[in-house]
Design a protein around this ligand. Structure first.
Ligand SMILES: Nc1ncnc2c1ncn2[C@@H]1O[C@H](COP(=O)(O)OP(=O)(O)OP(=O)(O)O)[C@@H](O)[C@H]1O
Ligand SMILES: [Mg+2]
Length: 141
């Protein structure tokens, strides 16, 4: 997933990965990959000049926790409740569709997980995803 975005990253963003040991989790891999890509794209787009993106994985109780933190421009508090809404974008006509996080939300829900956001304007943003290790994942027919 990082390979795909490598050209966008150029030399301006430092990516730090801290992957704790996590057990195999039953999941829809291509969908989770899509969710992670959407979050990463936003992080890249939120960094104007240079910055850092951190990706961390860990076990938290009976969940797997994945945290994406960026040092981008942050989210104004008044937008916090809206960012997961389909069609909400601050990126302007023809730039953003406002679907990235809505899709992400749906995918995490499908995994009986939760996604939350913490952000400080001008400082950065951090998305935390928690997915149960023993999620009930049915094969689509
Ligand atoms: N890491 C981030 N830093 C700052 N703002 C963010 C970040 N992630 C999301 N946002 C805000 O949330 C809005 C919605 O994000 P979302 O990914 O759903 O749509 P989009 O990026 O605008 O468009 P699309 O993903 O469909 O191309 C963004 O327009 C932006 O204002
Ligand atoms: Mg997006």
């Amino acid at each position: 997933m990082l390979l795909l975005r490598k050209n966008d990253l150029r030399d301006k963003i430092k990516v730090t990965k801290t992957f704790g040991e996590i057990p195999p989790v039953a999941c829809y891999p291509s969908e989770l990959n899509q969710a992670f890509m959407n979050i990463l794209s936003n992080a890249i787009e939120a960094i104007d000049d240079t910055g850092e993106i951190k990706i961390q994985t860990a076990i938290n109780g009976s969940n797997v926790r994945i945290v994406f933190s960026d040092t981008g421009r942050g989210i104004p508090p008044e937008n916090n409740d809206q960012i997961f809404n389909p069609g909400f974008t601050t990126k302007g006509v023809g730039v953003g569709v406002g679907l990235g996080l809505a899709i992400c939300y749906r995918i995490i829900q499908k995994h009986q997980g939760i996604i939350s956001v913490e952000s400080e304007e001008g400082q950065g943003t951090s998305f935390t995803i928690e997915i149960p290790i023993e999620a009930e994942v049915r094969t689509e027919t």
